[in-house]
Design a protein around this ligand. Structure first.
Ligand code: ASP
Length: 299
């Protein structure tokens, strides 16, 4: 109940911008702390995403949107660019941090993607924390769901036209790249719908030779355009820079197909690209010296 009051809709709207920027800064700090202590890019993206999953403002973990059945079904994915290994989870309920589950799948099984009950059983076998429905309740998300409940439409988490899925990319001091993404998907989603976030190459991709990419937006378009891998392909096969590859994929390919959203990406040289074709995207970056940048709208 305290959560409902604290993050009640009115107050959320009033302090909207500041709260989101704080949430982004906390995630950047969590990742940076690891990199500063010579940790790996993989640990850094995991820490950043866990921080965002624990924040009720973003559409992942605690802040996940409601499905048509009034539940929370989460997708997440992680990829290690140094080994090209990946782990992903789709349609899990109650798992506190789906990104931790994705990483366990990558490291403790011979599989890449687990879904639903099987994935939850595996999470239990790994002693990963679960939370009850109250933990995932959020008045703002509930209201978003009420707007479309009973209709055959899904809603993007359009918090003032910004996407709420969370993701992180990083390069570490050894030059290794990693990417991680986590989401509650789309409000009012039905029939076990799975979005791009759970699919390697669509919402998430990392390869030391090209880039690490994490996406947010209307998943169906990102799946059809294989967005994250397309950025890597343009670099690999056409020799494009990270910036040019991201621009082509987000502003041309994706836009022409009607897909709205964006991505965060980094290459081995530490070039960072935050590209989106929507009105805004909650985003942030931190460089090796600790200089932070957070933003929402186009600047
Ligand atoms: N890409 C996510 C999905 O389609 C939604 C989002 O990014 O907001 O599940």
């Amino acid at each position: 109940m305290a959560e409902r009051e604290r993050y009640g809709e009115k107050r959320l709207l009033r302090s909207w911008r500041k709260s989101y920027l704080n949430g982004l800064e906390e995630a950047l700090d969590a990742g940076y702390k690891i990199l500063q202590q010579s940790g790996t890019a993989l640990d850094a993206v995991e820490a950043a995403v866990v921080s965002l999953e624990n924040c009720p403002l973003f559409n992942a973990g605690k802040g996940s949107v409601f499905t048509a059945d009034g539940k929370h079904e989460m997708d997440a994915c992680v990829m290690d660019g140094s080994r090209l290994t990946a782990g992903a989870v789709a349609n899990v309920t109650g798992v506190k941090n789906p990104i931790l589950l994705a990483r366990r799948i990558m490291e403790k099984t011979e599989h890449v993607l687990l879904a639903g009950k099987g994935a939850e059983d595996f999470a239990r076998s790994q002693n990963l924390p679960f939370e009850n429905e109250d933990y995932f309740y959020n008045a703002f998300r509930y209201e978003q769901w009420q707007q479309v409940k009973g209709e055959a439409t899904t809603l993007l988490d359009h918090s003032e036209k910004k996407f709420g899925t969370v993701g992180a990319v990083a390069v570490d001091s050894a030059g290794n790249l990693a990417a991680a993404t986590s989401t509650g998907g789309m409000t009012n989603k039905r029939f076990g719908r799975i979005g791009d976030t759970a699919l390697i190459g669509c919402g998430t991709y990392a390869d030391n030779h090209t880039c690490a990419v994490s996406c947010t937006g209307h998943g169906e378009f990102f799946i059809r355009a294989v967005v994250a891998y397309d950025v890597a392909c343009l670099m690999k096969y056409r020799g494009l820079s990270l910036a040019e590859a991201c621009r082509i994929v987000v502003q041309e390919t994706l836009k022409q197909s009607g897909g709205e959203g964006g991505l965060v990406a980094v290459d081995q040289a530490g070039n960072v690209v935050l590209e989106f074709n929507s009105e805004g995207m909650y985003r942030g970056s931190i460089d090796a010296g600790g200089k932070k940048n957070v933003a929402i709208y186009m600047q």
